[in-house]
Design a protein around this ligand. Structure first.
Ligand code: NAD
Length: 323
């Protein structure tokens, strides 16, 4: 295995800084946040021969990755002390702020020139703040949220949407391509998050539209499988109708046919729609359907659907009409 040190000049913000980190070698990679997504992602890095130094607030979350050969540390700061490339996969903006800038956060012990990649879905404005704070500490921060659920995380088929200094993209891609099939550069820091929340807003709107359409068709006497077949050969076709149909029994291997378990949780969808609404407000962009989708998913959370897959909006609509 070859070992080398890359030194490059990279522009971030208004001034240039020297980045110096171990590259083109399989030195330790830090990983913070070992939940549903982080765990299989870190395992894929291990499979590609990268030693992992990891941390999660829940000790149970660390167990699997420990058994797979990773080292576990006591804090995000300790991860950053022992690795000059760190990936974070956390639930939401407050967790990311804590992990980067908290009392035991990454920036407390980060090495100069380190590459910090946040794959959590968070507010793009927070990504920009974390990039500024990282720059002050002499490190480079990139946002790289993912599309694709736990299955894609396990099989290494995620799509990464990457924002940050373009000169650092190749360094990020070296690691991200061990966990994903597509690694797309989007632009300056925060644009990865922007792409992610735009995609999820459209996904939510499409899923609600598919659910209410299927429900109406069933009420009108159509067989759900036949209706899905017709939609999927017609102009109403979309990912929610042909790949992830929300009606139980229409497709196999999707959450709707497994009591809406697994998949992408309603709470996470509500969070992403909230981020889209914050961004729409900040940019004075009208998003009436995104706003309505946000309200529907928030109500679902309040009515006990929070742990179910977001396609459970079909079941929610069925229950509402029986009131
Ligand atoms: P998760 O809740 O399963 O995992 C998050 C992990 O972060 C947990 O193990 C938690 O203990 C840990 N954590 C929280 N605060 C921490 C802290 N301060 N220090 C260290 N660890 C901390 O969430 P997930 O499903 O893995 O999702 C992670 C991110 O990926 C979210 O932003 C989500 O929106 C996004 N995402 C999820 C999916 C999906 O299908 N689950 C798909 C695409 C994107």
């Amino acid at each position: 295995m070859s070992r080398g040190v890359l030194s490059s000049y990279c522009k971030q913000g208004s001034f240039a800084m020297v980045c110096s980190r171990t590259m083109a070698s399989k030195t330790a990679v830090g990983f913070v946040g070992l939940g549903n997504m982080g765990n299989p992602m870190a395992k894929n890095l291990l499979k590609h021969g990268y030693p992992i130094v990891a941390f999660d607030v829940f000790p149970e979350a660390c167990k699997e990755i420990l058994d797979s050969g990773a080292q576990i540390t006591d804090s995000p700061a300790d991860v950053a002390e022992r690795a000059d490339r760190v990936i974070t996969m956390l639930p939401s903006s407050p967790n990311a702020i804590e992990v980067y800038t908290g009392a035991n956060g990454i920036l407390k012990k980060v090495k100069k020139g380190s590459l910090l990649i946040d794959s959590s879905t968070i507010d793009p404005a927070i990504s920009k703040e974390l990039a500024r704070a990282s720059e002050k500490a002499g490190a480079v921060f990139m946002d790289a949220p993912v599309s694709g659920g736990v299955g894609a995380a396990r099989s290494g088929n995620l799509t990464f949407m990457v924002g940050g200094v373009e000169q650092e993209f190749d360094a990020a891609k070296e690691l991200l391509s061990c966990m994903g099939a597509n690694v797309v550069y989007c632009g300056e820091v925060g644009t990865g998050q922007a792409a992610k929340i735009c995609n999820n807003m459209l996904l939510a709107i499409g899923m609600i539209g598919t659910a209410e359409t299927m429900n109406l068709g069933i009420r009108l006497g159509l067989d759900p499988k036949l209706l899905a077949k017709i939609l999927n050969m017609s102009s109403g076709r979309c990912w929610s109708s042909d790949t992830y149909n929300p009606v139980p029994g229409v497709m196999e291997g999707v959450p709707s046919s497994n009591n809406y378990q697994g998949g992408f949780g309603t709470t996470l969808m509500a969070k992403d729609l909230g981020l889209a609404q914050d961004s729409a407000t900040n940019t004075k962009t009208p998003t009436p359907l995104g706003s309505l989708a946000h309200q529907i998913y928030r109500i679902m959370c309040a009515k006990g659907y929070s742990q179910k897959d977001f396609s459970a909006v079909f079941q929610f609509l069925r229950e509402e009409e029986n009131l």
